[in-house]
Write a protein that binds this ligand. Structure first.
Ligand code: CA
Length: 227
């Protein structure tokens, strides 16, 4: 899965270095070099994480963070603060930042923080309890599904897999992510296991399993669910 990062930083050298770093790690990176642009982009485009410098032209990183939370955006926010300003860290966290990193930092530290934060946010995301697509209805809490009003029997792992795909609907989910998230790397479980379960889900839920409308294969990467 390629997470979308909004990098907000006004120092050109740092923008370039960090963009390159994040891009080379497989992230999709957008940048903003002032607070107002950052706020506008964050409000109108979906991001998984915002790396947000505090000292910016226009709105400060604090202002941007506060606005986002007031708008109900639950995107992960990693603040970049100056070494000397301890008060900044406290203020940032109070305003809804998820974590902060003190400048100057080493690139691996930034990557580690971003990874940890993305993982935390994903695990905390409220999973769907009921979902409807086509003529299929699934109640994950009860573990029940129907297609065209007729009950369909889904095994535990099929339900979990379906829930994971639906929670990430519209996004490509890699086999590795599914192995980690759904199977928690149980011994003996391989990407073949994922493919087999996908095939079963299609068999049970798609009108034409050979030409699926909801559970799509993304060649060489994984799967994508579209309602
Ligand atoms: Ca700055």
């Amino acid at each position: 899965m390629s997470a979308r990062v909004l990098l907000v930083e006004d120092e050109p050298g740092l923008v370039m270095a960090l963009s390159d770093l994040l891009t080379s790690e497989g992230y999709t990176v957008e940048t903003a070099t002032d607070g107002d642009t950052a706020a506008a982009k964050a409000a109108s485009e979906p991001f998984d994480i915002i790396v947000l410098d505090v000292m910016l032209p226009g709105k400060s990183g604090f202002d941007v963070c506060r606005e986002l939370r007031q708008q109900g955006k639950d995107v992960a926010v990693l603040m970049l603060t100056a070494r000397t300003q301890v008060a900044d860290r406290v203020a940032g966290l109070k305003l809804g930042a998820d974590d902060y990193l003190t400048k100057p930092f080493e690139p691996p530290e930034l990557l580690a923080r971003i990874e940890a934060l993305l993982r935390r946010v994903k695990n905390n995301r409220t999973p769907v309890s009921r979902f409807q697509f086509g003529d299929v209805e699934v109640d994950f809490d009860k573990g029940e599904a129907t297609k065209g009003g007729v009950p369909v029997s889904l095994a535990g792992k099929e339900l979990e897999l379906l829930r994971w795909l639906i929670n990430n609907r519209g996004k490509v989910v890699s086999r590795n992510e599914l192995l980690e998230g759904v199977w928690e790397y149980q011994p003996g479980v391989s990407s073949r296991t994922v493919d087999v379960h996908i095939a079963w889900l299609r068999q049970k839920l798609e009108d034409n399993p050979q030409n699926p409308r909801h559970i799509h294969t993304v060649r060489g990467v994984g799967y994508r669910f579209s309602p």
